[in-house]
Design a protein around this ligand. Structure first.
Ligand code: FES
Length: 120
């Protein structure tokens, strides 16, 4: 199979999502980056980013509560580890993707593979 023209691109790119000042401790912010819903969380002095979609059903994790390095899905209560995206409690059993976060001065940058479809 030739990979000369793949048709889709998935090049990781850093995107500025907000300033650190806009992200209060123990809060979650839901944003969309290149078509990907991303939940950005600041807790314990660290900023995390994970897909803003529970792996159990299509609801936003950013609407949940942040506590002790975890975010709790508001619908059925599964808790996800913010660093790994792994669910720590049922009913969710699949992890959610996580994304690298870089702090550049006061800017919060999240690296997401740009998978926006290109029509040809
Ligand atoms: S939708 Fe998140 S735990 Fe059910």
């Amino acid at each position: 199979m030739s990979a000369a023209t793949a048709g889709t691109s998935a090049v990781p790119q850093q995107h500025r999502v907000c300033s650190l000042a806009e992200l209060a401790e123990d809060t979650a912010l839901g944003v969309e980056i290149s078509g990907v819903p991303v939940c950005v969380v600041r807790t314990g002095g660290t900023v995390y980013a994970l897909r803003d979609e529970c792996s159990h059903a299509d609801v936003a994790l950013s609407a949940g509560e942040v506590e002790d390095g975890k975010i709790e899905c508001w619908l059925h209560g599964s808790q996800f580890d913010l660093a790994t995206g792994v669910p720590l409690t049922l009913p969710a059993i699949d992890p959610v993707p996580t994304y690298p976060v870089t702090i550049d001065g006061d800017d919060v940058l999240v690296t997401v593979a740009d998978t926006s479809p290109e029509r040809g």
